[in-house]
Write a protein that binds this ligand. Structure first.
Ligand code: NAP
Length: 477
């Protein structure tokens, strides 16, 4: 029996409101419309920015202990609603239950880290007398909030990637207008309920829903916005930067992550971890394992066991507790990924498992005989597909992992310290994971990319730095 679609509302200036136009929210597995959300008009977006702008002076002066308490409340309330929110993520994002639950757990921690960080925002004294001109003066600097932050977020982690913007922004005393991805607006709206209940004053947090080309653009160009915190694809990131004008920006963008497997690796640990890294959330993770470089001495055994492990994955409805791989976010994306696999096969690649598609569900796909110039290798796949490439020397593998316009994270399985340090030194990325894959992340570590993968860093403390400015004070007694 079809369920009745629930109507959600936007949260603007501390009030809940509908709108003239609405947008359906689709269960990504069944295709059923299970909710609808109002689309923000230009006027609605204006009001959200206005509310955030008006709320800034009072919020920026709210003492740290109060911001700490409120953010701790957000964390606690998320914990109370963990299963309900995980079910929404399963349906609107198509993410398997265990990973949706994992995302909520991580978000609980991200807000807890943000609460703690609220008490640690401070500057330093400056030894003014180090300069003749500073002799006899007192100097210190402070970290101060910026103002209104526009947070523009992707579909693949609708709760935790929002948390990486909202938590730090609230911690440092900024106000926020959030625009979630059009495919996954509900998690952001439920977060607004929690934020309200947690005691965040009206206007400090606002959520508007609408397309990137309309609401996203309005939130990028408005002069009352002081900072754009964007997570998404490189082309959209570039568009935003071109239009933003003089604003601070943080850009968390894509990657075609590589991981190296040396012969001394513990294969019984590495293989299941690599399978998870390639296929969790149908490969729609910015640090999903896409390129696997395996030394020729172990390539045959590794590949055989990797394929066996991949075949064990359970595809299907993300709401089922034992589901490993659910649907992709939309049919066009699934078709695109399928086409890339077909193209690679035409160019000489071989599919060892997977490659077939049923609607939005693309089977976990393992390719060999790939070449660096194939799309599955040189572009970001963002799909459940991984390519295995056999290499001769460790130096070659490091060079190939680095030979990409992206630079987010990479992994290296080796217990040889010299090799590990060689890779750390040579691969131009934001993070190198030794004895793990590119996918490793905890939410307080610095996280972000080089080259086409982005600008700036998240990870709560680092996002707090990016969301503040420095004010220097000099006193001549
Ligand atoms: P996307 O298409 O770039 O969209 C991201 C957000 O930008 C959405 O809210 C989108 O709105 C909005 N947007 C689109 N066009 C815009 C414009 N012209 N101006 C302002 N906003 C605009 O990315 P996605 O498909 O949701 O996510 C996948 C990408 O995100 C991948 O490249 C992935 O690697 C990257 N990602 C990076 C990280 C990281 O931390 N580095 C984490 C997760 C994902 P609509 O939804 O309405 O189009």
């Amino acid at each position: 029996m079809a369920t009745v679609a629930k109507t959600y509302r936007l949260y603007i200036g501390g009030k809940w409101e509908g709108g003239k136009e609405t947008m359906p929210v689709i269960d990504k597995f069944t295709g059923e419309t299970f909710a609808s959300v109002p689309l923000a008009s230009r006027e609605t977006t204006e009001r959200a920015i206005f509310a955030a702008h008006e709320a800034f002076p009072a919020w920026s002066r709210t003492p740290a202990h109060k911001r700490y308490k409120i953010l701790s409340n957000v964390s606690r309330l998320l914990e109370q609603r963990q299963e309900e929110i995980a079910a929404i993520i399963c349906r609107e994002a198509g993410k398997a239950w265990k990973y949706s639950m994992g995302e909520v757990s991580r978000s609980i921690e991200t807000y807890r880290f943000s609460a703690e960080e609220a008490k640690r925002i401070h500057g330093e004294t400056v030894p003014m007398d180090a300069s003749v001109a500073g002799d006899g003066r007192i100097g210190y600097w402070l970290r101060v909030p910026l103002g209104v932050v526009s947070a523009i977020t992707p579909f693949n982690f609708p709760l935790n990637l929002v948390a990486h913007k909202v938590g730090p922004a609230l911690a440092v005393g900024n106000t926020i207008v959030l625009k979630p991805a059009s495919t996954t607006p509900l998690t952001a709206i439920v977060l607004a309920e929690i934020i309200e209940e947690a005691g965040v004053p009206a206007g400090v947090f606002n959520v508007v829903v609408g397309s990137g080309g309309t609401v996203g653009e309005w939130l990028s160009v408005d002069p009352r916005i002081s900072k754009i915190s964007f997570t998404g694809s490189p082309p959209v990131g570039e568009q935003i930067i071109r239009k933003a004008g003089l604003k601070k920006v943080t850009m968390e963008l894509g990657n075609n992550s590589g991981t190296i497997i040396e012969p001394d690796a513990d294969l019984s640990a590495a293989i299941p971890r690599c399978v998870m890294s390639a296929f969790a959330n149908s490969g729609q993770v910015c640090i999903s394992l896409q390129r696997l470089y395996v030394h020729k001495a172990i390539a045959k055994e590794f590949t055989k066991r990797f394929v066996e492990e991949t075949k064990k994955l359970k595809l299907g409805n993300p709401l089922e507790k034992d589901c490993d791989v659910g649907p992709m976010i939309d049919i066009k994306e699934a078709e695109r990924a399928e086409t890339w696999v077909k193209e690679a096969v035409k160019e000489g690649a071989k599919v060892l498992v997977g490659g077939k598609r049923d609607g939005r569900v693309l089977q976990p796909t393992v390719l060999v005989n790939v070449r660096p110039e194939m799309k599955v290798m040189c572009l970001e796949a963002f799909a459940p597909l991984v390519s295995i490439y056999e290499y001769d020397t460790f130096e070659d593998a490091v060079r190939m992992v680095d030979d990409t316009p992206y630079g987010l994270q990479a992994g290296v399985y080796t217990n040889d310290l010299k090799k590990a340090m060689y890779a750390v030194d040579r691969i131009n990325v934001g993070g190198v994971m030794i004895n793990d894959t590119s996918i490793f992340r905890v939410d307080h570590m610095p996280y972000g990319g080089n080259k086409m993968s982005g600008l700036g860093r998240e990870g709560v403390r680092f996002a707090c730095e990016e969301m503040t400015s420095i004010k220097m004070v000099m006193i001549k007694p």
